[in-house]
Design a protein around this ligand. Structure first.
Ligand code: FES
Length: 322
């Protein structure tokens, strides 16, 4: 069961490579879109080797009838980035209308923006919008190398020395404790990046005694502690085993096997897809931002849409509901 989305037909108007492994796609949409909101996202219907699927991408910008997203090419693509990267101009696709679950509040006295890799897509729009309003804003942006900074030049021209870039191949790392200390009390932080970066940020935020209501973040659904591997699951009160391939999620595999599931965001945010974990031989790779660190450490539940097991066999209870 999935919450209802409103869809529009769209035609691919323009493709541009904007950084190593990052390609921007601009679509002309049939439907009239609302005003652009930084942090908003769309779903797109894609074809994978295993059939049709939905993938979610952040809107980098939209006009009344035009919408731009940026997509990273993934080595272990579950089919979404592989599908997107083979698209050619004029092709017709179906996309859902933008919705926003990573909203920027406009009333904070100051802002710290944090982006890691393709996590720049929601954060860049926030930086430009805040700078245009004259807000007090600083940004730290980490990427694998100088060639991986999508929108780096544009942001530099908007933010000047309020932007700091960190290239990991040059040994540069963000010092979250220092960045948080430089954020005036009452300031808000917005972050998007891989889960390990966000875990470090959350730990530093807690250590600094900052209130969690002032830290907002979004994670890549596909960034985890372990590389994707096959694993198998058995389900309480159901016979047989279900195999989960490296290129599919546990939720996808359960649905393909006709296991009734409730889900919504498919980004590890809402918790609707949570299942109980009864036994497991491979470690749980929690990739959601829904459960607390304590809940993750207990190993009792996991979000089937993003989290997975590091190989082996697990027994789960899909009857578990929040
Ligand atoms: S569907 Fe929202 S966390 Fe899985």
């Amino acid at each position: 069961m999935k919450s209802r989305l409103d869809w529009t037909k769209a035609k691919l108007n323009r493709i541009e490579d904007i950084a190593t492994d990052v390609r921007e796609f601009t679509f002309d949409t049939e439907a009239v879109l609302g005003r652009f909101q930084p942090g908003s996202h769309i779903n797109i219907k894609v074809e994978t080797a295993h059939g049709p699927a939905l993938r979610t991408y952040t809107c980098v910008h939209n006009g009344p009838r035009q919408l731009t997203i940026a997509v990273k090419r993934h080595e272990n693509s579950r089919g979404g980035s592989a599908f997107m990267w083979q698209l050619q101009p004029e092709v017709a696709v179906e996309i859902s209308l933008p919705e926003n679950r990573f909203e920027l509040s406009w009333g904070a006295p100051s802002y710290l923006l944090i982006a890691g890799g393709i996590g720049i897509t929601p954060v860049a729009g926030m930086a430009k919008a805040l700078a245009a309003r004259g807000a007090e804003v600083r940004m730290v942006y980490a990427a694998r190398s100088a060639q991986h900074f999508a929108y780096g030049d544009e942001l530099k021209s908007v933010l000047g020395d309020r932007l700091q870039q960190f290239a990991s191949d040059a040994g540069q790392r963000v010092d979250f404790a220092r960045e948080i200390a430089a954020l005036p009390e009452g300031g808000e932080a917005y972050a998007c990046g891989p889960i390990r970066m966000l875990n470090d940020l959350k730990a530093a935020w807690a250590e600094a005694g900052r209130h969690f209501s002032r830290l907002r973040f979004e994670v890549f659904g596909d960034s985890g502690t372990f590389a994707e591997r096959d694993f198998e699951v058995e389900i309480l009160n159901r016979s047989g085993r279900i195999k989960v391939r490296p290129d599919e999620t546990l939720l996808d595999a359960l649905r393909a096997a006709d296991v009734p599931m409730i889900y919504d965001c498919q980004r590890g945010e809402c918790g609707l897809c949570a299942v109980g974990v009864l036994e497991h031989s491979g470690a749980i790779d929690h990739r959601d931002v829904f459960f607390s660190e304590g809940e993750k450490a207990s190993g009792e539940r996991m979000c089937a849409c993003v989290s997975r097991f590091d190989g082996g066999l697990a027994r789960i209870d899909t009857g578990y509901r929040l």
